[in-house]
Ligand binder design. Structure first.
Ligand SMILES: Cc1ncc(COP(=O)(O)O)c(C=O)c1O
Length: 331
């Protein structure tokens, strides 16, 4: 199977902003875009993106999962990066139109169609380090994906990073390219030094998130994760899993979690930890590494609560359980 996100549908939806207004959206080839080498995005990183999925149900119908949340987050990212604002219906319709066009290509479960809306500053102006772009381009790419964890959900090894942060503290809630570039060096070092899969960023001992997923700790009937603030991405999967956990009668604690408390609770025999995200769904964490010291989480294996919550979310996405919260939108 091709690596996640490397196969694209041949067309995409695109709209452009210039002279104070948005063009009407169109569908064009996704092979290439034309950009001035002095484009604002290439110099001052005026870029944000989103990631959501469309799922195929057994009757052949195609459903978007919580598109409203991703569109709202993209509007927030655009605003915080001083990119041109756009109306909700415009991006929603672009997503619906392009998914409809490639409906026949949406893989059956456990696969799905990954949808990547992207917004970039296109003004050719290299003297605008301290001024917003006056023009931009918003496009929606599609990439059919298989099961991210084919071959079983192998528990991950996370290195705790207590000094460096993933990105600037006010930028964590913005889904912008620069945040991912800024997390790369710590991740590469963690892979090389302790064979970690990911870095769990805990600046000053505050447990936040990894490079591309939120972190959840499960201790008995309680699920603990950091309360929303500007320092990390407000995951749609995080919100969905917490909602399902409440439905199952679990106690959801959105609050600060210190590294000390995390390691203390993780040492309990029944403890579980997991990463949540659109691509990861809910992936078990088996080992936490602090310095060179390895701490097993509970049994070190995928825990039953993690797997139950993962299955509950997948069942809704795949049309096998009732969509009580109205998360699906048929296209
Ligand atoms: C930094 C970061 N945190 C968390 C998430 C999870 O967010 P979501 O559940 O909306 O995919 C992602 C992935 O999109 C991410 O890139």
């Amino acid at each position: 199977m091709a690596a996640f996100g490397t196969v694209f549908m041949p067309e995409m939806a695109v709209a452009r902003f210039s002279d104070g207004a948005w063009s009407s959206a169109e569908i064009v080839s996704s092979n290439s875009i034309s950009l001035h080498p002095g484009a604002h995005v290439l110099h001052y990183a005026s870029t944000c993106f989103e990631g959501l999925k469309a799922f195929r149900h057994e009757d052949g119908s195609i459903h978007l999962f919580r598109m409203d949340r991703n569109v709202a987050r993209m509007q927030q990212s655009s605003q915080l990066l001083s990119l041109p604002a756009f109306e909700t219906p415009m991006l929603e319709q672009m997503i619906i139109d392009i998914v409809r066009r490639f409906a026949a290509e949406v893989p059956a479960p456990p696969g799905s169609m990954y949808i990547r809306p992207t917004h970039i500053g296109t003004e050719a102006a290299i003297g605008k380090a301290a001024a917003p772009t006056l023009s931009s381009m918003l496009y929606v790419l599609l990439s059919p994906v298989g099961d991210y964890f084919a071959g079983g959900a192998k528990p991950l090894r996370l290195l705790l990073e207590e000094n460096g942060a993933r990105c600037a503290a006010h930028m964590g809630m913005v889904k912008s390219g620069g945040n991912y570039a800024s997390a790369l060096q710590p991740i590469l070092k963690a892979r090389a030094s302790v064979q970690a899969d990911q870095v769990l960023f805990c600046p000053g001992g505050d447990v936040q998130e990894t490079g591309a997923a939120n972190f959840l700790l499960i201790d008995g009937n309680e699920i603990i994760t950091k309360a929303l603030d500007t320092s990390f991405l407000h995951g749609v999967t995080r919100d969905s899993i917490l909602t399902l956990a409440r439905d199952l009668g679990m106690t959801v604690s959105e609050r600060e979690l210190s590294v000390e408390e995390l390691l203390e609770r993780a040492a309990k025999p029944g403890a579980e930890a997991a990463l949540s995200g659109t691509a990861a769904v809910l992936t078990p964490v088996g080992t936490l590494i602090r310095g060179t010291q390895e701490h097993q989480v509970g049994s070190g294996e995928a825990g039953p609560v993690t797997m139950k919550l993962r299955q509950a979310l997948n069942a809704i996405q795949w049309g096998k359980a009732e969509d009580k919260h109205g998360w699906l939108r048929k296209v």
